[in-house]
Design a binder for this molecule. Structure first.
Ligand code: NDP
Length: 264
């Protein structure tokens, strides 16, 4: 019997129990994937230690604790993966091996296949973005965000160009790939851009996976652009975590099938 789970706030709508549950079943592993909601950041370390004490093999770490978990893992002598160290955030813990990983980087690399001279626009500067900027290093990246300070700090750390302020002033025709990494779209709010400047050759991606097609992706689809939602990133970060915990590389198709009826 292995114990797995996710820690964050909120976690009730997480797709991870579905994904990991399907993989446990498919591989005939007796186990559970449980949700731990931690309302107060002050209790995070205590919950982490309590899960370790209960014999958990590993956990995922989600919003808003990926950065705080880095500090906790460091304090308790966990070994960091290269990606976790570079990004400064942890989304996977393996208690048995005492490892702290960032598998979001792998998820993003499965979603965005870059060429060295690709011009990539990443919109947003929230918690998900450091892993994206690190994963895409090698391309020419511009980070754009409504609030200047966050984007400027990330641009400096990851050597990107930076655009701040009114996002409608961005000339979208300059980019081969555009990634919406804001939270706009989760509740059908539209990311306001000058869509007239969008070329159909530009690949448009959203890291949001629910709804399947955000207003941003709808605009891109209407222009004839190739579109991708955040399902790929979600499934592949989970695959890497599951593999680390169990030694088995699970099938992405099984996860897709498990998610299908829950994602609109
Ligand atoms: P954060 O809350 O940390 O950041 C939100 C970002 O959206 C900020 O850059 C913010 O800009 C921007 N934003 C919010 N409202 C507006 C607005 N009205 N106009 C312009 N910009 C706005 O979120 P995360 O980075 O943690 O997550 C972003 C999304 O990615 C979430 O929807 C999450 O569900 C999804 N996600 C998907 C993953 C996957 O595996 N597919 C993994 C992780 C996240 P500002 O700085 O100006 O406030």
């Amino acid at each position: 019997m292995i114990l797995l789970g996710v820690i964050g706030n909120p976690v009730q709508h997480s797709m991870s129990p579905l994904i990991h549950g399907a993989w446990l079943k498919e591989n005939a592993i007796v186990g559970q994937y449980n949700l731990t909601e931690v309302e107060n950041q002050g209790n995070l370390e205590q919950e982490f230690l309590s899960l370790q004490e209960k014999g958990y093999t590993g956990i995922n770490v989600t919003l808003p604790y990926k950065f705080e978990m880095f500090t906790i893992a460091q304090k308790h002598g966990f070994e960091f993966s290269y990606e976790a160290l570079e990004v400064g955030a942890v989304n996977t813990i393996n208690f048995k091996k005492k490892q702290a990983l960032n598998t979001d980087v792998y998820g993003i690399r499965q979603m965005v296949k870059i060429k060295e001279d690709s011009q990539i626009l990443v919109i947003g500067a929230g918690g998900a973005v450091p892993a994206i900027l690190y994963a895409l290093q090698g391309a020419n990246i511009t980070i754009a965000n409504r609030t200047a300070a966050k984007a400027q700090a990330l641009a400096e750390k990851f050597w990107c160009d930076c655009f701040t302020g009114d996002l409608q002033k961005l000339n979208l025709s300059e980019f081969d790939v555009i990634i919406n990494a804001t939270s706009l779209g989760l509740n059908s709010e539209k990311l306001e851009l000058n869509y007239k400047t969008l070329r159909k050759q530009t690949k448009c991606m959203d890291i949001i996976y629910k709804p399947k097609i955000t207003p941003f992706l709808q605009e891109a689809k209407a222009k004839g652009c190739e579109i991708t939602n955040g399902t790929t990133m979600l499934i592949f970060q989970a695959q890497k975590a599951f593999e680390n915990w169990t030694g088995i590389k699970p099938k992405p198709e099984t996860a897709k099938k498990a998610m299908r009826e829950f994602v609109l």
